[in-house]
Write a protein that binds this ligand. Structure first.
Ligand SMILES: C[S@@+](CC[C@H](N)C(=O)[O-])C[C@H]1O[C@@H](n2cnc3c(N)ncnc32)[C@H](O)[C@@H]1O
Length: 209
C-alpha cells in the first residue's frame, strides 16, 4: 500500500474526527493522546497554551481541567472566542519583551502546565525550519520557567534533528523527568515530536539570572 495513501488516510481520519467532535483542529488529538498516556494536565489545572490558534488544544485542555480549570491561549493570530467559562486568549508574539507580565496578568495563579504546539512558517529549507522551531521552543521554555509553579509540567513541539538533542539536554537540567512523545495522530514519517518535561525543579526568570 503506498505510504502517501496511508498518510493521507490518517490525516483525513483525524480531520473528520475533529469535525464530528467539534474540535477546531486535527492537532487536538496529539494533545489528547499524549495526555491520556502521561497525564500532565489534570482537573483544576491552570494551563498556558503558547501558539494556540485556531484553538483545538485550548478546547481539549479545557475539558481535561474540568469545571474549575483555567486555560489561557496566546497566538499571533486572533482566536475565535469560546463560549465556555475560564478560557482567555491574548493576541501576542511570545517573543514580546513583556510577554511574561502579560501572561501573569491573565492567570488566576501560577500555571500547572505550559503547552506549546507553536510552529514557524515553513520555508522548506530543513536547517532553517529546524532552527526556527528550536527558537520557538527555547522561548516557550523561558516562559514556562517564569509562569509555572515548581513541580509544573511543560509539553512542547520540536522537529527531530541536530539541535533537538541539545535542547533536550537544556530541558533536562530544568525538569525532573523528560520524555519524547510521538502521538499516534502525528504522522509517523514527519520529524515532528513532542518533548514532555515533568516537574519544574525551580522557577527562574531570565532577568533573575
Ligand atoms: C500548529 S498551530 C497550533 C495549533 C493548535 N495547537 C490547535 O490545536 O489549534 C501553530 C501556531 O503557532 C503560532 N505561532 C508561531 N509563532 C508564534 C509566536 N512567536 N507567538 C505566538 N504564536 C506563534 C502560529 O500563529 C500558529 O497559529
Amino acid at each position: 500500500m503506498p505510504k502517501a495513501w496511508i498518510r493521507d488516510r490518517k490525516r483525513e481520519y483525524y480531520y473528520k474526527k475533529a469535525k464530528e467532535e467539534n474540535y477546531r483542529s486535527r492537532a487536538t488529538y496529539k494533545l489528547v493522546q499524549s495526555n491520556e498516556k502521561y497525564g500532565f494536565i489534570n482537573r483544576n489545572d491552570v494551563v498556558v497554551d503558547l501558539g494556540a490558534a485556531p484553538g483545538g488544544w485550548i478546547q481539549a485542555a479545557r475539558k481535561m481541567t474540568g469545571k474549575n480549570g483555567y486555560v489561557l491561549g496566546i497566538d499571533l493570530k486572533p482566536i475565535e472566542p469560546f463560549t465556555q467559562e475560564y478560557v482567555r486568549t491574548i493576541i501576542a508574539d511570545f517573543n514580546d519583551p513583556d510577554i511574561v507580565d502579560q501572561i501573569l496578568s491573565f492567570l488566576p495563579r501560577e500555571a500547572d502546565a505550559v503547552i506549546s504546539d507553536a510552529a514557524p512558517n515553513i520555508t522548506g529549507v530543513w536547517e532553517v525550519d529546524q532552527a526556527k522551531q528550536i527558537d520557538l521552543a527555547t522561548k516557550a521554555l523561558e516562559i514556562a520557567q517564569c509562569v509555572l509553579h515548581s513541580g509544573g509540567n511543560f509539553f512542547v513541539k520540536l522537529f527531530e534533528g541536530e539541535m533537538f538533542n541539545e535542547f533536550i539536554l537544556t530541558v533536562k537540567e530544568v525538569f525532573d523527568t523528560i520524555k519524547i512523545v510521538k502521538p499516534e495522530a502525528s504522522r509517523q514519517k514527519s520529524s515532528e515530536m513532542y518533548l514532555l518535561a515533568l516537574g519544574l525543579k525551580s522557577k527562574k526568570c531570565k532577568e533573575e539570572s
